[in-house]
Design a protein around this ligand. Structure first.
Ligand code: ADP
Ligand code: MG
Ligand code: ZN
Length: 496
């Protein structure tokens, strides 16, 4: 469609994502080099003839990478292929030492899945076209500027050969906001599967395809005909590495494309680069086509058959299902259930605590107190996973009324996190154990004996006198007495 014709019509946003997920395997996808960067690692040290693409070196497929891909396929309700193959995608780029990338082409390991996302209460199913295995290229460091302005560029092959799964979605997104919700959900699922670590730098890399199509081409269900998709000129934005980055880059692109169309110019079909620091996309090259890559079979790897094996690969209960179960099984509200299922580790931790106490008490202590304090300290549940016994002991002290809730929250829990001490030690050292009634009785008598004036005032009907005496008892008990009990005991003695 010409730009002039588009200019007159209302436009709808169409977005499809290609998400590269770094798999958490110990070794690279085709060699035994580690995937874990050493501390202060030198460039080009975590490499071998295979991942450097030296002549004669042969790839051997990493079983753990295949297992992760099958898990991802199952979690996305995708079909896992009976027969799957690898191809060579040929192109020259300095980060690619073989001059081809081993990837999958016409027989990806997973195809035809979905992932449900919800944006402001509206649920949408995003179609997953395919998910395939491939190797990561090396990484480039642009010196003295960004990709289009740098003085020179350095290459590091330590990352080359890291296993990736590329997840390609249908063009089902209708706003940048939806892509952000999708990426958050996807990451949550991947973490539950234990195949992915979001805290790793560059573990999620996103290419976003975006076009504007006439709004009347979108039917009531949000579907768009293949012809309209084909007719739309789209850009592919590369170098996006976060959920927020995706939303920002796409919002920028929507405005840029709308402006072009309003000025009667066509949107170029091209590849653009998201410049995070400048908050803009810049043109890189006209969009390459499939035929440019001369795909052909990777003869050094045999076809892969996972049909029998895939049945034996279990996946855990996924976040949506777990959230729902927490609500029905433990009767906790939606907000707490969401917090408690935010990661698998938090959910596991909660269930361990809930096994010993009332679910409401466990939910309050994990969702509100513990997560709140962790968050405040920029800590994660994984920092305390091995201290479950100590945490359970703290809740036990509260449940048995041995420490006041206030002291448990404000002193014991905080010191546990700040100083790594166990709750009993903190309670003993700080004398926080709740005083028993005998002990309080003793403090009450002392306060009466030591303050005859206040006692007299009390008998003369001066309201402040009782409060003064309560304060004296609280001080003697170092805050471990319950003020209500003290008040009652004092009155009983004074009125005798
Ligand atoms: P290519 O081979 O050019 O990469 P694909 O058909 O494999 O194209 O699609 C790549 C991505 O582009 C997919 O995520 C798909 O959803 C998305 N896509 C396809 N058509 C459009 C469109 N008109 N607007 C936005 N994204 C689109
Ligand atoms: Mg593509
Ligand atoms: Zn290697």
């Amino acid at each position: 469609m010409t730009a002039q014709a588009l200019e007159q019509r209302e436009l709808a946003v169409v977005i499809g994502l290609e998400v590269h997920v770094q798999l958490e395997t110990a070794t690279k996808i085709f060699c035994s080099c580690s995937t874990e960067p050493a501390e202060d690692e030198e460039p080009n040290t975590r490499v071998c003839p295979v991942c450097l693409g030296l002549p004669g070196a042969l790839p051997v497929l990493n079983e753990a990478a295949v297992e992760s891909a099958v898990k991802i396929g199952k979690a996305l309700n995708a079909d896992i292929a009976e027969d799957t193959r690898f191809h060579r995608k040929n192109y020259y780029y300095p980060d690619l030492p073989k001059n081809f990338q081993i990837t999958q082409y016409d027989a990806p390991i997973c195809a035809d899945g979905t992932l449900e996302v919800s944006v402001e209460g509206t649920r949408r199913d995003i179609g997953i076209t395919r998910a395939h295995l491939e190797e990561d290229p090396g990484s480039l460091q642009h010196k003295g500027g960004s990709i289009d302005t740098a003085d020179y560029t350095l290459v590091n092959y330590n990352r080359a050969g890291t296993p990736l799964v590329e997840i390609v979605t249908e063009p089902d997104f209708r706003s940048p906001q939806e892509t952000r919700a999708f990426l958050a959900k996807l990451e949550e699922v991947l973490e539950y599967l234990g195949v992915f670590d979001a805290t790793r730098d560059g573990s999620l890399r996103i290419d976003a395809n975006i076009s504007l199509v006439p709004a009347d081409e979108v039917d009531d269900d949000g579907a768009i005909s293949d012809d309209a998709l084909e007719a739309a000129n789209r850009t592919e934005v590369k170098n996006i590495s976060s959920h927020k980055g995706a939303e920002k880059a796409l919002a920028y692109e929507v405005t840029r494309q709308k402006n072009a169309i309003q000025r009667g110019r066509a949107v170029e079909q091209e590849t653009r680069h998201w410049d995070e620091s400048r908050g803009i996309t810049v043109s890189m090259r006209s969009k390459e086509e499939e035929k440019d890559y001369r795909y052909f079979r990777e003869a050094d790897l045999p076809p892969l058959q996972v049909a029998h094996w895939k049945e034996e690969i279990p996946i855990p209960e996924l976040p949506d299902a777990r959230r729902e179960r927490f609500r029905t099984e433990y009767g906790i509200d939606e907000e707490s259930a969401s917090k408690l299922t935010s990661t698998k580790e938090v959910a596991d931790f909660f269930e361990d605590v809930a096994a010993e106490f009332d679910a409401d008490l466990a939910a309050t202590w994990v969702a509100d107190n513990l997560l709140g304090e962790l968050n405040y300290r920029d800590m994660h549940i994984t920092d305390v996973s091995d201290r479950l016994d100590e945490f359970t002991r703290l809740v036990e002290l509260v449940a048995a009324d041995e420490v006041t809730t206030k002291n448990a929250e404000e002193i014991v829990l905080r010191e546990m996190l700040d100083e790594g001490k166990d709750p009993d030690t903190i309670v003993n050292e700080a004398g926080l154990g709740k005083a028993d009634d005998d002990e309080i009785g003793g403090f009450v008598q002392e306060a009466i004996d030591e303050n005859p004036d206040a006692v007299e005032d009390y008998h003369n009907g001066e309201g402040g006198a009782l409060n003064f005496l309560v304060g004296q008892v609280m001080q003697k008990s170092q805050g471990s007495a319950d003020p209500g009990t003290v008040n009652q005991l004092l009155r009983e003695r004074l009125d005798e």
